[in-house]
Design a protein around this ligand. Structure first.
Ligand code: RNT
Ligand code: ZN
Length: 426
């Protein structure tokens, strides 16, 4: 496709006009861009290698999640993954975070079982994050492992299996705390387990009782919230757990409230017409902080690349309208192996930021007043008119300010990177 990038002057002129248009609604665009720059998105490591991980031993597949596609050039080791994320970060405006899974440990030639992982196995990641100015978030990897082959981990009827995963989760909390301490920003460590049944169970209760007991053991030691925050993630169903998932939404909502952990809401983990955006104001009435996995469900899959669609916009609006930026940790969770993986990260992250910008450009106070005055006619009319405001000009200016490519120019950079770096990976 032939594409001629606009001159910086063209972008600035368009921005000046856009500013005037938004000022007419009482929106101060300069302060909007300042506020946007303070919101970090946590980029998930697993888009870079199809949720493979780099453990020395051959790990088992499964866990109810699967990346599909065979686009060439996926990262084969931690160095390549870091190189790829750096490339994506060059194309994404703002300062962000990096979200790592335990199965990305660097243990050299040594095989270190997951329940014996230590902060030192992540020291290269931590040093790298420091150098890149990134905060880190973390996750125990309770899947793709022989001890998870039964489909059950923390809620297994087998005490040996439960104990192994309890130890793994405890080890991961300590690693998360070390990351938070080293980087000076709390690490959110998120526990997600695949446990569930393909077919209709008789006993829905006992696995949940066991899961609660396991989680109590995992979280028994209190860690300094300045360094570390715990989150728990629910799910509706997965591949092979179509009929019953132990860690359902109600289960973890109750757990988070009772135990003061964060609740992780994954956009792809609910019934298709259910929106996590509508849950935020309810959940945040009872829990202090929330972790989001911004994702996109498509039929039975919960992990497509995030689009700038109504779902993403609705999530951003709920964060911004209520000033929840400090209480909502925004993480991403998608993995598409059918397209260039750096482009997947870049597209999904840029779209999440665009949704936040759109929400910030809304004259929310004025709209709230209309609502309180029961002027629903004006509320509807204005919300629709706002959709054709020159948002794109503000977004372009933000990219220019943040020194990342404007418009589709980033795609050429990804193509160049593919031609020079990824192609060599065979
Ligand atoms: C799986 C959960 C979970 C994973 C990652 C890899 O359904 O969404 O968050 O995608 O931890
Ligand atoms: Zn998730």
């Amino acid at each position: 496709m032939k594409y001629t990038a606009p001159r910086d002057e063209t972008i600035s002129n368009a921005f000046t006009i856009a500013k005037e248009r938004y000022a007419a609604f009482g929106v101060d665009v300069d302060s909007v861009l300042e506020r946007l720059a303070t919101i970090a998105i946590s980029l998930h490591c697993w888009q870079g290698d199809d949720v493979g991980g780099f453990e020395t031993v051959e790990s088992a597949s499964g866990g109810g999640i699967q990346a599909t596609g065979n686009y060439p050039g996926k990262a084969r080791n931690a160095d390549e993954l870091r190189q790829d994320v750096e490339e994506a970060l060059r194309l994404i405006p703002g300062s962000h975070r990096f979200n790592l899974h335990a199965m990305y440990a660097e243990t050299g030639d040594k095989v270190v079982p997951r329940n014996e992982l230590l902060p030192e196995h992540f020291s290269t990641w931590i040093d790298w994050a420091k150098g890149q100015g990134l905060g880190m978030d973390f996750n125990p990897s309770c899947f793709a492992h022989p001890m998870a082959d039964s489909g059950f981990t923390l809620s297994s009827y087998d005490k040996n299996v439960r104990d192994f995963w309890i130890e793994h989760c405890i080890a991961c909390r300590k690693i998360g705390a070390a990351m938070g301490e080293a980087l000076g920003t709390p690490c959110v460590t998120n526990v997600w387990i695949p446990d569930g049944y393909k077919d209709v169970p008789i006993d829905r209760l006992t696995p949940r009782t066991l899961l609660r007991e396991s989680l109590d053991a995992v979280f028994a030691e209190k860690l300094d919230p300045a360094h570390h925050l715990d989150a728990v993630e629910s799910k509706l169903f997965g591949i092979g757990s179509e009929s019953y998932v132990v860690g359902s939404h109600e289960f973890y909502l109750g757990y988070a409230i009772a135990n003061k952990t964060l609740l992780c809401l994954d956009a792809g983990h609910f019934h298709p017409t259910e929106s996590i955006a509508d849950k935020l104001s309810s959940v945040l009435t009872y829990v202090d902080e929330v972790l989001l996995h911004v994702s996109r469900g498509v039929r039975w899959d919960s992990d497509h690349v995030v689009l700038l669609n109504d779902d993403t916009r609705f999530i951003a609006e709920e964060i911004i309208r209520h000033g929840f930026e400090k209480r909502v940790h925004i993480g991403l969770d998608f993995f598409d192996a059918s397209i260039n993986r750096i482009a997947a990260w870049t597209t999904g992250t840029r779209n999440t930021i665009k949704a936040l910008l759109l929400a910030l450009l809304e004259p929310t106070d004025a709209l709230k007043t209309l609502e309180r005055d029961s002027d629903f006619t004006a509320r509807l009319a204005l919300l629709e008119e706002l959709k054709t405001m020159p948002f794109g000009a503000v977004w372009d200016q933000y990219c220019l300010q943040q020194e990342v490519p404007v418009g589709p120019a980033w795609l050429q950079e990804v193509k160049d990177y593919e031609a020079t770096v990824l192609v060599q990976r065979g």
